[in-house]
Design a protein. Structure first.
Ligand code: GLC
Ligand code: CA
Length: 512
């Protein structure tokens, strides 16, 4: 089943900001098609593309108004098909972004659902039975139609929650998961998935996958629901790959997902690594990796053999890596990201160290996420090669820094982050121990200490990974001779009397 996932290395494309080919200032499918070779040459063999469906773009497309139609600004359904075909021609795969939890208020279903008279969409969303009763949750849509009720919001207050029922209905308006309304929502979800899988996508990244069934604190109802979806896929599209935005891998994998993201929210301590006051991967060397490792190990043990945990370089919801770490620190960070189990995800532009653009006004519901969504920087030509539109027409302003990194610039520089990332991916792909399903054992991950050391293994192969992001030298008790270095950066290690002295700003891979 979906063997390709065993050595998938993903690249996340934010379609608005990748490459514009018709000079309207917004990226499009044809632009992505033009730039597929960049992704391929980097060594990525899979793509996750953020939502590209019809939408009023109050949340950058996570507010869908027609699940069966691409947003005209990106191109037609046919153009998306062509893009998917070209991805496949290159031996690559693509996941589309499925937003099952909510729609836009402009969706036809919601317009119908707002009506006072009963109709086929009355129960498509979660409504109370009186305008004076507000459902418990992230917010509510109230007083905007003749229907006497409040509708539960799912994320922003313009994203009404689709109705998958309540795990244990308590109020008269709370429907059971097997009531006709929730069943109709599930049937429609399958139809949507069938539509895009038939057209050629290889699976989905699922938005807020944990959130579908309400009043379901420990996720049991939502897990049930996803199991039903997996059973449907096994029947009709057994190769379809499912990756969840859930943040609790044991639950996600129980629901039949192949892989779950560790997220910048939730209990993973992912933020300790790159996105906090003293990130572990900063040269200041004041960070802590031990809590992250403790949680990771728990998750890993719970999910071992069942599926994958993914640690992304970033995504469209969090600050870019290069906001908090810089220069060679990024290289050591990528040595980590590209040597962990689970498929790596590289957020577009992170491979060249694109920066978070400070001080931008929110674009399409981005708020502070907007600075991580600026146009891809291809080269030194007008608008960094992103678009030929006037600068004022660009979807989001470009990074104004005169020394902003570009793909062309970094391709020409053998010491660039781009080349480092490329080499690290190639190393991963050349060694089963480093690939997605290889095992991991943590050797050294002490509280507030450096280095960070782990052993990756598969079959006969064992590779020791040593990371010292701190600028200060560090040491650890090492039972291995470290003679077979596969790749090192930032100096050399010396081992004496069982102690390995590791230079500052170093990473190394050793066959042991
Ligand atoms: C997810 C998306 C985010 C979106 C939200 C609501 O977290 O990644 O961009 O705003 O869900 O759909
Ligand atoms: Ca365009």
């Amino acid at each position: 089943m979906a063997k390709w996932l065993d050595d998938a290395v993903f690249y996340e494309i934010y379609p608005q900001s990748f490459k514009d080919t018709n000079s309207d200032g917004i990226g499009d499918f044809n632009g992505i098609r033009e730039k597929l070779d960049h992704i391929k040459e980097l060594g990525c063999n899979a793509v996750w593309m953020n939502p590209c469906f019809e939408s009023p773009f109050g949340d950058a497309g996570y507010d869908v108004s027609d699940y069966y139609k691409t947003a005209p600004r990106y191109g037609t359904n046919d153009e998306l098909k062509r893009l998917m075909d070209e991805i496949h021609v290159r031996g690559m795969h693509i996941l589309l972004d499925l937003v099952p939890g909510h729609t836009s208020i402009e969706h036809r279903w919601f317009r119908e659902s707002m009506k006072a008279e009963d109709n086929a969409y009355t129960d498509r969303y979660v409504w109370t039975d009186s305008i004076w009763e507000t459902p418990e949750g992230p917010g509510a849509l109230r007083g905007i139609s003749d229907r006497d009720g409040s509708c539960l919001a799912s994320f922003f207050s313009h994203q009404p929650a689709l109705n998958y029922g309540y795990y244990r209905p308590e109020k008269p308006w709370q429907q059971a998961m097997d009531a006709p309304g929730p069943r109709a929502t599930v049937a429609e979800l399958k139809k949507i998935m069938r539509f895009w899988l038939t057209m050629g996508c290889d699976g989905f990244r699922v938005d807020m996958a944990h959130s579908l069934v309400k009043g379901d604190e420990d996720g049991r109802g939502t897990i049930e629901l996803w199991k039903e979806i997996r059973a449907f896929l096994d029947e009709e599209f057994p190769e379809a790959v499912m990756v969840s935005e859930w943040g609790e891998p044991d639950k996600a994998l129980a629901g039949g997902f192949h892989m779950d993201f560790l997220l910048h929210f939730g209990p993973s301590h992912y933020n300790d690594l790159f996105r906090c006051e003293e990130p572990y991967f900063s040269g200041r060397g004041k960070g802590d990796v031990s809590e992250f490792v403790r949680r990771y190990r728990e998750n890993y043990e719970k999910t071992a053999g069942k599926g994958l945990i993914c640690i992304p370089s970033g995504n469209h919801d969090m600050a870019r890596l290069a906001r908090t770490i810089h220069g060679d620190e990024l290289k050591v960070a990528f040595a980590f990201l590209l040597s962990m189990p689970g498929a790596p995800f590289i957020y577009y532009g992170d491979e060249i160290g694109m920066r978070y653009v400070e001080g931008l006004t929110s674009v399409e519901g981005g708020y502070d996420r907007t600075g991580s969504r600026s146009p891809m920087q291809w080269d030194g030509s007008v608008n960094a090669g992103f678009s030929l539109a006037g600068e004022e027409k660009l979807y989001i302003p470009l990074d104004p820094a005169p020394d902003r990194p570009t793909v062309a610039g970094q391709t020409a520089d053998p010491d660039s982050l781009y080349h480092e990332v490329r080499e690290l991916i190639a190393l991963r792909q050349a060694h089963p121990a480093l690939k997605n399903r290889g095992g991991i054992e943590f050797i050294c991950a002490e509280k507030n200490a450096y280095p960070f050391v782990y052993l990756r293994s598969a079959e006969e192969e064992r590779i020791l990974v040593i990371l010292n992001p701190s600028h200060r030298p560090a040491s650890f008790a090492c039972g291995y001779p470290l003679t077979a270095g596969l790749r090192t950066f930032g100096g050399e290690i010396t081992v004496k009397d069982g102690t390995a002295a590791v230079p500052g700003g170093f990473y190394g891979f050793y066959r042991v």
